[in-house]
Ligand binder design. Structure first.
Ligand code: GAL
Length: 391
């Protein structure tokens, strides 16, 4: 090699490095600085979705007051896609979505909301429709053109290989579109996504699907999912959230107390708050739970520190979450089938404060100053959800 060709080859390597640098885009954590809030079609409608339902749901999100308290993503789950055209472009089901996906996205945006869609990392989705395997870039670009703001990416039909690599591929394809798109990893916790999900997606499912009830009946129950979250708190933070699956508030199988427990825990665990009920037909009770602003404030706290269990007395559990203003969110959970008197010992909090001013986040009342202990009756499968301000 002559000296000239030696320097020339060095020069080209340098050019290549500069080109790689400039095309490299940083993962945007700020897209989900607090856990995403919204609605997803799956838990009530499964694949029975269509344009009318989605437009009406967007209307209901605004009219019900859900949008005003922070819910903003309208996400279409499995069942919207149909086939790929000769160029490989994914086509929506034209009977369900006669005006196309962009029309729906535009409608949602005009309401001041954001629009999300679903695909799978495999050749097919769980509903046996085309997945994005080997179509990642084509699909990501199509989503961007349609105005998609959120992608839920499932694990059905996936090929053998590293889940991390497979999800990274779609993550990169989304970033390369230049459109800000929240990336939701729905890999069911199979390959410990909390270990590698940060910087790949903004949230990652930690378990299989949540069922309708408090305890396992076929699918996991609310309490089973709560049990699976303890210990995962260290992986969660702004732009990178553990996802214990969507909300089941509004399911007939859950009692009022169970529904409040469900919502309280999702708040304390920094879970994405994705309602799964029919927003067009909510009872006042369901609406009241989903729009409890004091509870939502715990979920959306800017510190983004996930809550954890600090005391376990069998059926009686004590969970806490630290908040940006120095206060603490506290859940007293009664798993038993009877109401129980529960006693919180302030010493268990290991706090420098000797006393706290307490607020009940469901009764919406100040409980005054607490010193040493706090004693209260907690309903079966129920919670007390308090915010404690150190004095
Ligand atoms: C599952 C996923 C559900 C839903 C469903 C659609 O794998 O966990 O949340 O998206 O697929 O087929």
């Amino acid at each position: 090699m002559t000296l000239r060709s030696f320097y020339l080859s060095k020069f080209f390597v340098l050019l290549l490095l500069i080109a790689c640098q400039s095309s490299y885009k940083e993962f945007d954590y700020s897209l989900a600085a607090t856990p995403p809030m919204g609605w997803n079609s799956w838990n009530t409608f499964y694949s029975n979705i269509n344009e009318k339902l989605i437009l009406e749901t967007a209307d209901a999100m605004v009219e019900s007051g859900m949008a005003a308290v922070g819910y903003n993503y309208i996400v279409i789950d499995d069942g919207w896609a149909s086939y790929r055209d000769a160029q490989g472009n994914i086509q929506p089901d034209s009977i369900k979505f006669p005006s196309g996906i962009k029309y729906v996205a535009d409608y949602v945006h005009k309401k001041g909301l954001k629009f999300g869609i679903y695909s799978s990392a495999g050749e097919t989705t769980c509903g046996k429709l085309p997945g994005s395997w080997q179509y990642e870039t084509l699909d990501a670009n199509q989503y961007a053109r349609w105005g998609v703001d959120y992608l839920k990416y499932d694990w059905c039909g996936h090929k053998k290989g590293s889940a991390e690599k497979i999800y990274k591929k779609m993550s990169k394809a989304l970033q390369d579109t230049g459109r800000p798109i929240v990336f939701s990893i729905c890999e069911w916790g199979d390959n410990d996504p909390w270990e590698w999900g940060r910087g790949v997606g903004h949230l990652w499912r930690t378990t299989y699907d949540i069922g309708n009830c408090w305890a396992k009946k076929g699918n996991l129950g609310v309490i089973d999912i709560i049990d699976a979250q303890n210990g995962l708190e260290k992986y969660s933070g702004p732009g990178a959230w553990n996802d214990p699956d969507m909300l089941r508030i509004g399911s007939k199988c859950l009692t009022y107390e169970e529904s409040k427990s469900h919502f309280s825990f999702w708040a304390l665990l920094n879970a994405p708050l994705m309602a799964g009920n029919d927003l067009r037909n909510m009872t006042d009770e369901v609406r009241e739970i989903l729009t409890n602003q004091e509870v939502i404030a715990i979920n959306q706290d800017p510190l983004g520190r996930q809550g954890f269990k600090f005391r376990d007395d069998g059926d009686l559990e004590y969970w806490r979450k630290e908040l940006a203003d120095g206060s603490l969110a506290l859940i007293l959970l009664n798993r038993s089938s009877e109401p129980v008197v529960m006693k919180l010992k302030l010493a268990d909090l290991n706090s420098d404060a000797n006393s706290f001013s307490a607020r009940d986040l469901w009764e919406h009342i100040d409980l005054g100053r607490i010193e040493n202990n706090y004693t209260t009756t907690v309903a079966s499968h129920g919670i007390k959800f308090l915010r404690l301000y150190p004095n």
